[in-house]
Ligand binder design. Sequence first.
Ligand code: GLA
Length: 392
Amino acid sequence: MTDDRPRQLARTPPLGWNSWNAFSCEVTDADIRAAADALVETGLRDAGYEYVVVDDCWMASETDREGRLQPSADFPNGMAALADYVHDSGLKFGLYSSAGSETCQGYPASLGRERLHAEQFADWGVDYLKYDNCGDHRGRDAIDRYAAMGDALSSVDREIVFSICEWGRNEPWRWGRNVGGHLWRATDDLVAKWRADPDEFGLGVADALNRMADIDAAAAHGPGGWNDPDMLQIGNGPDSGQSEHEAVDVQRPLTEAERRTHFAFWCLLAAPLMLGTDLTSLSTFDRELLTNERLLAIDQDPLGIQGTPDRRDGDAEVWSKRLADGGAAVAFHNRGDDAREISTHVSAVDVTGGAARYQVCDCWTGNEWETSGSLAMTVEPRDTAIVRVMPQ
Ligand code: GLA
């Protein structure tokens, strides 16, 4: 077990981009370079998004004789050259494998070859490993399989963020840190929908929020180890500039209100923020949403607290998250089909109490006002108002 190692990585939730939601199994070397360029050009890198992660399907269908992973023909320059390109852009480089015999798309993976692959990753300049749960597990339980890779990563001469993608099946928030994990998926895959039918693949944004409200995982969450409600779907959908590389399982793009809710809640949850769209066709709305400094400050707050629900009655929800400066972020979410006022009081949310006055700042508009305790926001359907509240 590796729970006594220094934990300098991921002191705040990792921010970056991952190829899966936009490019699925069609990803190429050129797509990754274009994503790195776009992170720089859009200002997303300077806003804090630093990891560029190649998800499934980067590897050839055969390993070499010793069992090493080899890049597919879609990565003709090799992974070290790609890592160099990403590093030269002022970014960090990530790869994907699985704690089984195969990846989810049937490519060779790392179970039983953890040390060999960790050495490859370190030699190539990998800074982040997303480690999935597909393939034959050969009778080994999840903790054992993930600990094997955690130990292998800790034995190589490179600091590598370890992203456990076990879908929350075995409550990884209970053991993720102990196997060297820096983040662990708490949910099934997020798809670019508000709600998914129970019998179809994946979770919509509203489904994922229900899941995060229901599981008892917030206590495990904090600097060095984060619950992960999956990568962002902002920007995805059939009418959102994705004609070349249509994402999996999408019917329509999330509306602006739904996208605001998606981003506000991932920040309130202090979730890892891995962008999942084709950044070369990012809309102005999405770029402004994803670089909102007030929201990113809530996500990256040094206390690292996961926001939790204070009230969920019918269509009105209030969630809050304590912040390092003694204030709190408070989210007002409307699940219904009509605009409504949602109200609460400072005594009912996770803010330092007892002050006579509180300063309130609307994180979308920047508008500021004072209150002696009442908080009320008008919220459009499926939208979320989010404020920062500070005792005076
Ligand atoms: C699983 C993971 C996804 C993605 C795919 C790749 O479904 O949960 O995030 O990595 O595999 O095949």
